[in-house]
Design a protein around this ligand. Structure first.
Ligand code: PLP
Length: 413
């Protein structure tokens, strides 16, 4: 393990477009050469030549091998992790399983910094179970952060589940997972965390923090590629008491016995629905190796170097240009991206991505109504990326290349 990785130490192992500064690894991680090679091998040898024989040779046990590689990244045991489906589906499975396990308690506690999809899923489960439950959405005062004490007030003896996103998708605020999980346990509720913006960016200690359940995304800092399967975590001693509401054959005890009656597989496998997607799983595997080689502690150190440098230059040069910081300045409650608000955020985002002067392209992303998000992927972003991005923003604003009131084009922002 490398002791102190400099930011961007693995840059030469990723594909970066020419004349482009990529600061969107928090939304879609870049392709690594090792991931490409692994996927090409899967296509050209495993599928093209060995075809169905590959299920026995390597595919069937691939999700378990990947769980072993993810374990040190999230601080859990390999037998507590499973790659399958997407985050929304995995959340659905765990929320439904928890509420059915704990039917006498009414409330799900969450907050307004959560990813909207998570709220849609929770409401969907409540509807499906006959509306015997309800959601309490703890409000932030400023849309940026929420003090831990707010959850102490919201949790009660009638809370079934506390479900939060660890690092907020918009502001980059990071909750104190250990303390909030403890608060949930104090009232006898389960804690379920969405790790989509944390996995591969901040060190996680799911076992040490006594987290009950979690879900996470693999196309952000895990660089698994578009639509790569998500993962879920359930602590070992809870697995046997939860049952998945999606009872597919891959989650059954003996899928190839084709019994007409369903018996859940022991352990995490019960949370499989159907066949796992082998191509993107192989891309994830190559990236987990890279992350483990770098080590999560040094990734975090590099991430904070990047975001702190960005914030320092924001204060010097962007604050006077009417940008506002919409991310906590305290590094202990910050993930790996920084949001800036500006009334022309959308126009600035477009001008940065598609420059009309054939200059450098800088890729952040836009989150309505006025947020520009800058994601720092410590494996491939370095300090020079940040300096060039800030220089470019200052240049665009001073040279009149921003067209105020730019109309929205494209669906994905
Ligand atoms: C990206 C992201 C997801 C992704 O959800 P999918 O269902 O896999 O598309 C979920 N939650 C959060 C907090 C995210 O940032």
């Amino acid at each position: 393990m490398v002791e102190d990785m400099v930011p961007g130490a693995y840059k030469d192992q990723f594909y970066l477009a020419k004349n482009t500064i990529y600061l969107d690894g928090n939304s879609l991680g870049l392709l690594a050469e090792s991931a490409e090679n692994k996927v090409l091998h899967t296509l050209q040898s495993e599928w093209k030549e060995d075809a169905i024989r590959s299920w026995n040779q390597s595919w069937y046990h691939l999700p378990e091998r990947l769980a072993g590689k993810l374990a040190p990244i999230v601080g859990a045991k390999p037998n507590e992790l499973l790659f399958c489906d997407n985050v929304s589906t995995n959340l659905f499975k765990l929320v439904a399983a928890t509420l059915r396990h704990n039917p006498e308690r009414k409330w799900i506690v969450t907050d307004d910094l959560n990813f909207p999809s998570d709220l849609y899923v929770m409401r969907g489960v409540i509807d499906l179970l006959g509306q015997h439950h309800a959601i309490e959405i703890v409000p932030s005062k400023d849309g940026i952060q929420i003090p831990t004490s707010f959850f102490e007030e919201a949790l009660c003896g009638d809370t079934a589940l506390l479900s939060l996103t660890h690092v907020s998708f918009k502001s980059g605020f990071m909750h104190d997972m250990k303390v909030i999980t403890e608060l949930a346990h104090r009232v006898g509720a389960f804690a379920l965390w969405d790790l989509s913006h944390s996995t591969g960016a901040v060190p996680l200690r799911l076992n040490e923090w006594k987290v009950d359940m979690a879900v996470g995304c693999s196309y952000k800092y895990l660089n698994g590629g578009p639509g790569a399967p998500a993962f879920l975590y359930v602590r070992e001693d809870l697995q046997e008491s939860l049952s998945s509401p999606i009872r597919g054959w891959f989650g059954a005890k003996e899928p190839f016995a084709f019994h007409l009656d369903y018996t859940p597989a022991p352990g995490m496998k019960r949370f499989f629905s159907g066949t796992p997607p082998i191509l993107p799983l192989n891309a994830i595997g190559a990236n987990l190796d890279l992350i483990n080689r770098a080590g999560m502690e040094s990734i975090r150190k590099a991430s904070l170097e990047l975001s702190s440098h960005f914030i320092k230059r924001f204060q010097q040069e962007l604050e006077p240009l009417d940008f506002k910081l919409a991310t906590p300045i305290d590094p202990t409650c910050r993930g790996s991206h920084v949001s800036l608000q500006h009334k022309e955020a959308y126009a600035i985002n477009r001008a940065l991505i598609d420059p009309s002067d054939n200059g450098l392209s800088v890729i952040p992303d836009f989150r309505a109504p006025d947020n520009l998000r800058f994601g720092f992927a410590p494996l491939y972003n370095d300090i020079a990326d940040i300096d060039q991005a800030i220089d470019r923003i200052v240049y665009l604003l001073s040279s009149g290349l921003i067209q105020a009131g730019t109309q929205r084009t494209g669906i994905v922002t």
